[in-house]
Write a protein that binds this ligand. Structure first.
Ligand code: PFF
Length: 440
């Protein structure tokens, strides 16, 4: 459940719909689904095998499984990546908290506001200096508190209750969104692929989205797998997590896109897409069902915040686990120091929507640069190293042992094709993706 909590987050609800909108709709989804199932699941399994085998977080796991080799540097790589990731993730997490508070004060269901009003309000909110910073601070602060409490007490309890609720709510919103006049264009956009729109860049973004959504390549899945017991079924966990995650992204797509078209919003509007669309859905709903729209908007933004937190916690936990396991820091000190680092990086990312919006790194704002750096480069390099480690460095017998619990599981018959994917297909495809990202 904690792994599903890590995978399902803002990546599904916030990032997926706007990526689909920016990259041409259904064709993007086709590539995304292929990448997630055939590329990301084997990577997910590789990361889990390392963590579960070593029962230690990244650096320690590499040192234990490949003592005295440079493999431990992967561990260090996966220490820095989640720091950047959680810092900019927290900015959007902060926006979600702000909208949750707005929902509580009935501002998102205000029937007097038009779509243009909602968009303008969001635009001025993220462009302002202080308000988004306050919410970013709240979000990263909450993340740090949960990490401080520890995985079992903090994350598991949280996820167990929130994930099913999130599913129910997104389905309710989807049904409503599909009933809006003009929503059919949104459904067509999601279901009728136009492969002529699928540029190389769009394909790469689809793969980056699949990596991001499954939380792979930054050591987070490895760290969570290190908390698993010996006899637990990795294959079921991996496939189950991927299935939930994909299903959730698709549901979010069908909840948001029809409303985007119904409201006449530009699907390629970018990172603000859901924050402009959801209030429109809720205020339209409020015209006929005021009480229901209040309740749903409050519950929905609350569950978005919870989904975001279960993901951000997994990122911060990865770095904290390193300092606690390897450097013998206390959990309290590690959490506090990392909280401060992530807060500071997040501040700069947040300001890149406002006062720093004209500051560009390689043609991107600071926020976009961090996001592209992580999902297009860091996650691919991390994933490559993990599959090479499992496919070529670990003994086949050990991989078999972890994946099939010594042959006891019925799923053991899947071992051969999975091992082939990990050893041959995944590394080659990842290298191609990485090089294309570099040159495109
Ligand atoms: N998968 C998360 C989401 O979709 O929101 C984001 C994420 C979490 C990425 C943890 C990477 C990670 F290590």
């Amino acid at each position: 459940m904690a792994m599903a909590g890590s995978a399902i987050g803002l990546g599904n609800i916030w990032r997926f719909p706007y990526m689909v909108g920016q990259n041409g709709g259904a064709a993007f989804i086709v590539v995304y689904l292929f990448a997630a199932i055939f590329l990301c699941v084997p990577i997910f399994l590789s990361e889990s095998i390392i963590g579960k085998r070593a029962q230690l977080s990244t650096v320690g796991a590499m040192e234990k499984l490949a003592p005295g080799t440079p493999w431990k540097y992967i561990g260090l790589f996966t220490f820095f990546a989640p720091i950047i990731l959680v810092s900019y993730y927290s900015v959007v997490g902060g926006w979600s908290v702000a909208y949750q508070v707005r929902a509580l004060s009935f501002a998102v269901t205000d029937v007097s506001m038009t779509q243009a009003d909602h968009s303008a309000r969001f635009g001025s909110f993220i462009a302002s200096t202080w308000t988004p910073l306050i919410w970013h601070t709240v979000f990263i602060g909450l993340t740090a508190i949960i990490v401080r409490l520890g995985i079992r007490k903090g994350v598991e309890q949280f996820t167990r209750a929130s994930t099913p609720l999130l599913f129910v709510l997104i389905i309710v919103i989807m049904v409503y969104s599909l009933s809006l006049p003009g929503s059919k264009a949104g459904v067509d956009y999601l279901l009728k692929p136009d492969f002529s729109k699928l540029t190389g860049g769009a394909m790469l973004s689809a793969m980056g989205q699949a990596f991001f959504s499954l939380s792979i390549g930054v050591g987070c899945i490895l760290t969570y797998a290190s908390y698993m017991k010996r006899g637990e079924n990795l294959l079921a966990t991996g496939v189950g997590t991927a299935a939930f995650d994909l299903m959730f992204a698709l549901l979010a797509g069908f909840a948001i896109m029809p409303a985007v078209f119904a409201a006449g919003i530009e699907p390629g509007a970018g990172p603000g897409l859901i924050f402009e669309t959801l209030p429109y859905i809720f205020s339209t709903m409020g015209m006929t069902h005021p009480v229901i729209s209040h309740v749903i908007s409050i519950l929905f933004f609350t569950t978005i915040v919870v989904a975001a937190l279960t993901s951000s916690v997994s990122m911060l936990e990865t770095c904290v686990a390193f300092l606690v396991d390897q450097k013998n820091w206390s959990r309290k000190k590690a959490t506090l120091v990392l909280f401060l680092c992530c807060w500071a990086i997040g501040v700069v990312c947040s300001l890149s929507f406002g006062p720093l919006k004209d500051f560009h790194i390689l043609g991107n704002t600071i926020f976009n640069f961090c996001d592209k750096l992580i999902s297009n480069f860091v996650m691919t390099i991390g994933s490559l190293l993990f599959v090479i480690f499992v496919g070529w460095r670990m003994k086949k017998a050990d991989v078999w042992d972890e994946l099939t619990c010594g042959g006891r599981l019925r799923s053991s018959r899947w071992f051969k094709p999975i091992y082939f994917m990990i050893r041959w297909v995944s590394p080659i495809v990842i290298v191609v993706i990485f090089l294309s990202n570099l040159f495109l």
